[in-house]
Design a protein around this ligand. Structure first.
Ligand SMILES: Nc1nc2[nH]cnc2c(=O)[nH]1
Length: 450
């Protein structure tokens, strides 16, 4: 592909590769990114042009790494954009558990998961880490939809067995059953037809400590240690959730998860707003990561996740939409919310306080950091070679077209530098700018012609 590519190899480093040739193997791996002034550029371009394998992006279109959404509740898709006026603990019981309980019905699961995967691809999300439900059949439908539509998916069979927190209609009958079914789902995913390259992966998924018994957490921790598969859960999300775990276990979420064997290099904990300094050090030491969900944090988390300081302390992190605690499927929106949230944390929000006491300074992140969170950092969190446009990475990428007639990204070529264009993309791109979505070298979504 002959294109101008933007990516962020590090948190504060934007890389612009202008008019480069990105070459991709038959297996979908980037084999080289050849700069315009490299002597190989002309010969490689001519070779691909003669073979009919050259794609040239038009003026005004740019290549970006595909978006990595580290936290999506797939069964909550029908609930996106509503029911956000109650606190987390009420929202779970009143709205979310009754909806999630329906996914034993495969037809219903298909009617939700097919458009979900389609819409996320259309928004530029090439990798999603999904919470499913308790139901083997529904979770299999989700994994199959990822495979069929070509999305990189990490799919978790949710485990939750604590009777005081989970209603009888949506609860594992025992820790043993939840552990056995999680293990069976790991096998199911490995054996899915068409999944030989591991495009879809299973995830061990205790919902969060309040909804799991110690026996379940211990069993899933042992399974994580034995299999090495990814782990996802929620951690210290809100005042209520954080206090609940402190009272029940005597330690913080992160420390309890560690004791249970659930904090690994391949663990992603969502939210994590109330991590203590010791928790951050523990996360960094283990190599576990946070799915920063800036939008849903405004509704449920009572605070802003301090991404800048967590990164300074070498803790892994990426971005999550947290559908449907977050109401937007767009990772461009997640980038914007992450930036806005960081400004709110930095400046503070209560005008009655003196300026010096209002905020937590040095908390701001910018659009480059936000793009890094949504791409390279997400890939690093998942321990997968995705998120950058360079040799050795998978060709998971999106083409952003700034000249589509309904674009909110307005570029003036004689005023805007390439870095300005990228900034405008992060602030103003919508789904209508996502012209193409590529996963592992395959074109998996193309915007419909206007
Ligand atoms: N945001 C969010 N937090 C949770 N904590 C436990 N379950 C959930 C969930 O579904 N969404």
């Amino acid at each position: 592909m002959q294109c101008t590519a933007f990516d962020t190899p590090q948190a504060d480093a934007l890389r612009v590769q202008s008019d480069a040739l990105v070459t991709v193997s038959g297996e979908g791996q980037i084999t080289a990114v050849i700069a315009r002034d490299d002597p190989r550029w002309a010969t490689e371009r001519a070779r691909h042009a003669a073979a009919g394998s050259l794609r040239e992006l038009p003026e005004g279109s740019y290549l970006l790494p595909g978006m990595v959404d580290l936290h999506v509740h797939a069964p909550q898709w029908p609930q996106m954009g509503k029911a956000l006026d109650v606190p987390l603990e009420a929202w779970l019981q009143q709205n979310t558990f009754p909806l999630e309980a329906r996914y034993g019905d495969e037809t219903f699961a298909e009617s939700v998961y097919r458009p979900l995967v389609q819409q996320l691809l259309a928004n530029g999300t090439t990798t999603a880490m999904y919470f499913g439900t308790l139901h083997d059949s529904g979770n299999r439908v989700l994994a199959e939809q990822c495979l069929r539509q070509g999305q990189r998916g990490l799919v978790g069979r949710v485990a939750m067995d604590e009777p005081s927190q989970c209603p009888a209609f949506y609860r594992d009958v025992s820790a043993q059953v939840a552990i056995a079914e999680t293990e069976a789902f790991i096998e199911t995913v490995a054996r899915l037809p068409g999944n030989a390259h591991g495009l879809v992966r299973p995830v061990i998924t205790p919902r969060f400590i309040p909804s799991c018994t110690d026996a379940l957490l211990e069993g899933l921790g042992a399974l994580a240690q034995r299999t090495g598969v990814h782990v996802q859960t929620h951690c210290s999300e809100s005042d209520w959730a954080h206090q609940h775990v402190l009272e029940r276990t005597g330690v913080t979420d992160a420390q309890a998860l560690h004791r249970f064997g659930l904090l690994t290099r391949r663990t992603v904990v969502a939210h994590a707003n109330f991590l203590t300094p010791d928790d951050v050090a523990l996360m960094a030491q283990v190599g576990a990561s946070v799915a920063h969900c800036p939008l849903s944090n405004f509704y449920f988390a009572n605070s802003v996740f301090p991404a800048r300081s967590g990164h300074a302390q070498r803790m892994g992190m990426g971005l999550g939409s947290d559908i449907s605690g977050g109401y937007s499927p767009s990772m461009f929106d997640a980038c914007r919310h992450a930036i806005t949230a960081s400004y709110a944390l930095d400046e503070g929000v209560d005008p009655d306080l003196p300026a010096a006491q209002r905020g937590r300074h040095d908390a701001r992140i910018d659009h480059v950091f936000a793009l890094w969170l949504a791409t390279a950092a997400g890939g690093q969190a998942l321990d997968l070679p995705i998120g950058r446009i360079e040799a050795g990475q998978q060709f998971d990428a999106i083409v952003v077209d700034c000249r589509t007639p309904d674009s909110n990204v307005c570029v003036w070529p004689d005023i805007d530098s390439p870095a300005d264009v990228l900034q405008k993309i992060i602030y103003n791109a919508t789904r209508s700018n996502v012209a193409q979505t590529w996963v592992q070298g395959a074109l998996v979504h193309r915007r419909a012609a206007a």
